[in-house]
Design a protein around this ligand. Structure first.
Ligand code: CA
Length: 710
């Protein structure tokens, strides 16, 4: 994490926070005791506050987790929105840490919720797409917090099909829920609650805080709104917001999908082609739209008073549009649809922001509780706000891959600062457990963000994020894909047979991700580095779905660059043990591999080897020439020599014809006519992959042949 002073925000240093940090070290109880803490925390005025690192692990704060649905960071002013203001969410940022590079693991409602509850990627928690049923008996943070003495509650959108497990108190919306007079499911049944959903959800959350909880225990309260999910129906208080204004359009509203792969034009989430006037925009223009059940159900839920306010807000504008629609250009209709869509979306967001303010006001009125309560704002993924011409989410492109994350705990964590470290929703569960001073029974994929909240700049080992979207061929037709994101780059693989292509984006040069540089030779090293990082993450998380070898080199490990030059591969590695191996047609106990290797480096570090793998390309035996050391070698899977032969200085060359034969458990290497043999390690074989090997150098490989059998 790099702590940057955010735009127009007061930057406080960690040292200035030291008094408050001592409060944390003094220990916290559920509802706090600020008298003692304040007394013990004040340093002598002449004594500059030491840069005491806070210890938030096990500090056991209350956690209020305010979570919305489809709220993109670029519709939050603290994240730099140019289309709206969110003063209450901004207040959280002013008083806490805003995570600038916060992302989801699978950009869709239910899966993101399952990622958060389990700290696991989707394939491991079993909830890979909407419509799955969440197995709530698996390890989740609410259950672990209960065991650690927390009281747990969830109110609002759940969307995981099964009933909540691990919650002392729950009231959830069925499915997507309704904006007006929503039904809620309680442990004892289903009831309709009159009011606007965002207000009702907050009412119920505040009621639980006031009278529902056990004040002797720390608590986690998940207050989860439906808003601003489709179909965007603003509440009575926000119906006339933005009237008479024109909201700026995104630069990519009329994206033509050039520069990226063929799955894009196949989408069904365009404002132009797919967004309906009735259900989506509340302005039916033909009988089908007037009669559509989903539209009528939304409208018919309103009370007479609510409906009168709604009609007063929309009817004139709707009539005017219907009257002029015939004469409008296609582009102007898209522009009208965008304005209606974005205004309703932002009105829903404004309702969320107002209700975030209600929670903060409640905490202001209960300073003893506020002192010990961490407040988090997040949403299940980002959303396309006309970006690329779209609504909805799903793609790994930035607008829906990103999700907001703002954390406030005044006096305990930095205020008004931003973190630029890569964080993901699988990190939330480990963070909550860390704060509570407990640990998962079985490992989670995510990492606790507590070190970042304590002021660390970076999370150890966090240089990249893994993403995988599975819900192919469902609503909106977004092809399944997985990918890896680093600080500056993003590599995406659309792996289904009908697509099967890759995209690479340089986000510094191309922040809107309009031009894939996957095939640009200038990015060959970046492409390979990201590919290998991606494969390592897939290995680490045990995700083989959609797996496929590198399109040109097969299984690769440890390469820093690969270029196809004049009929051969020029491979570079910065590590020992690098290799690139292609799968054989069938596993073989007997085979012959030939290749010519040529050093591309003038210094002593020159080698080129043939690589053979028997474990699906995870390790390799390599045999060839070590030119600087004047040796022919056979290296075992651990990189140590299992046979070698010294060659005389005058016999060394810059180019070697290598031939490796495997038969009867013996490997025979012939290099420029010289020959050595090695017994294959016990258990090695049959050979499944063959290709190139090198160590810390750059080598040119040409003419690889593989012949299986006698
Ligand atoms: Ca969502």
């Amino acid at each position: 994490m790099r702590l940057h002073p955010p735009r127009h925000r007061l930057h406080r240093t960690l040292a200035a926070l030291a008094p408050a940090l001592i409060l944390v070290l003094a220990g916290c109880t559920a509802d706090g005791d600020d008298t003692t803490a304040t007394t013990g925390a004040t340093p002598a005025p002449s004594d500059p506050a030491p840069a005491v690192r806070p210890d938030l692990s096990g500090s056991r704060p209350n956690i209020i987790f305010i979570f919305t649905d489809d709220h993109a960071p670029h519709a939050i002013s603290a994240y730099g929105s140019v289309i709206n203001d969110t003063p209450n969410i901004d207040r959280l940022a002013d008083e806490g840490v805003l995570f600038r590079r916060s992302y989801c693991a699978n950009s869709i409602c239910g899966p993101s919720r399952a990622n958060i509850l389990t700290g696991l990627h989707s394939h491991a928690n079993g909830f890979m797409q909407n419509g799955n049923t969440f197995d709530g008996t698996q390890q989740t943070f609410p259950q672990l917090l209960q065991r650690a003495g927390y009281q747990t509650a969830i109110i609002g959108k759940w969307h995981l099909n099964s009933d909540p497990i691990g919650f002392d108190h729950w009231a959830i919306l069925p499915g997507q829920g309704q904006y007006y007079n929503p039904d809620f499911i309680f442990p004892d049944g289903r009831r309709r609650i009159e009011g606007y959903c965002t207000d009702v959800t907050t009412d119920m959350a505040l009621a639980w805080l006031e009278t529902g909880r056990d004040t002797d225990k720390p608590f986690v309260l998940m207050c989860q709104h439906k808003a601003p999910h489709r179909a965007w129906m603003p509440g009575p208080e926000e119906l006339n917001l933005y009237d008479g204004q024109t909201i700026p359009e995104p630069d990519t509203l009329f994206d033509d999908y050039a520069g990226r792969g063929p799955a894009l034009p196949d989408n069904e989430m365009e404002i132009d082609r797919h967004m309906s006037f009735g259900y989506d925009l509340m302005c039916p223009v033909d009988d089908d739209e007037w009669l559509m059940n989903a539209y009528r159900n939304n409208m018919n839920r309103m009370t007479e008073t609510q409906r009168a306010a709604w009609d007063a807000a929309y009817n004139d504008e709707n009539d005017a549009f219907r009257g002029q629609m015939e004469g409008m250009s296609e582009e102007d209709i898209v522009r009208w649809k965008y304005q209606r869509y974005i205004k309703n979306y932002l009105r829903c967001v404004a309702g969320v922001d107002r209700n975030v303010g209600r929670v903060l006001d409640w905490l202001d009125r209960h300073p003893d509780i506020a002192a010990n309560t961490i407040v988090i704002y997040s949403s299940d993924q980002g959303f396309y706000l006309g970006d690329h011409g779209w609504y909805d989410k799903r793609w790994m492109y930035e607008e829906s891959f990103a999700m907001p994350l703002i954390v406030r705990w005044p006096g305990h964590i930095p205020a008004g600062v931003e973190s630029n470290e890569l964080v993901q929703n699988i990190d939330y569960a480990p963070t909550f457990l860390d704060l509570a001073g407990t640990a998962p029974d079985t490992p989670m994929h995510g990492t606790s963000l507590v070190p970042l909240l304590e002021g660390d700049a970076e999370l150890p080992g966090r240089d990249a994020l893994y993403y995988h979207y599975y819900e192919s061929r469902a609503t909106h037709r977004v092809a399944a894909h997985y990918g890896v994101a680093t600080d500056n780059y993003k590599l995406i693989h659309y792996y289904e047979p009908e697509w099967d292509y890759w995209e690479l984006f340089d986000r510094q040069q191309d922040p809107d991700e309009l031009t894939s540089v996957y095939d640009d030779p200038a990015y060959a090293d970046v492409q390979l580095r990201l590919y290998q990082r991606l494969q390592a993450l897939r290995e680490e998380f045990g995700n083989s779905i959609g797996g496929r070898d590198h399109p040109d080199l097969g299984k690769v490990f440890g390469l820093s660059n690969a270029r196809w030059v004049e009929g051969g591969w020029v491979l570079t590695s910065n590590t020992d043990g690098a290799f690139a191996v292609q799968p054989l047609d069938a596993p073989a106990d007997t085979l012959t591999v030939t290749c010519t290797v040529q050093s591309e480096r003038a210094d002593g570090i020159r080698n080129g080897l043939i690589a053979l793998s028997d474990d699906n390309g995870k390790t390799a035996i390599r045999a060839g020439a070590y030119i600087g050391a004047n040796e022919y070698v056979v290296l075992g899977p651990d990189g140590e020599p299992i046979a070698k032969m010294t060659i005389t200085e005058e016999d060394t060359a810059t180019s070697y014809d290598l031939r490796v034969e495997v038969a009867d458990g013996v490997l025979t290497l012939t290099a420029n006519g010289s020959r050595i043999r090695a017994n294959l390690p016990a258990g090695f074989g049959p050979v499944t992959h063959a290709g190139y090997g090198l160590n810390n150098t750059r080598t040119r490989f040409t003419g690889l042949t593989v012949e299986a059998g006698e």
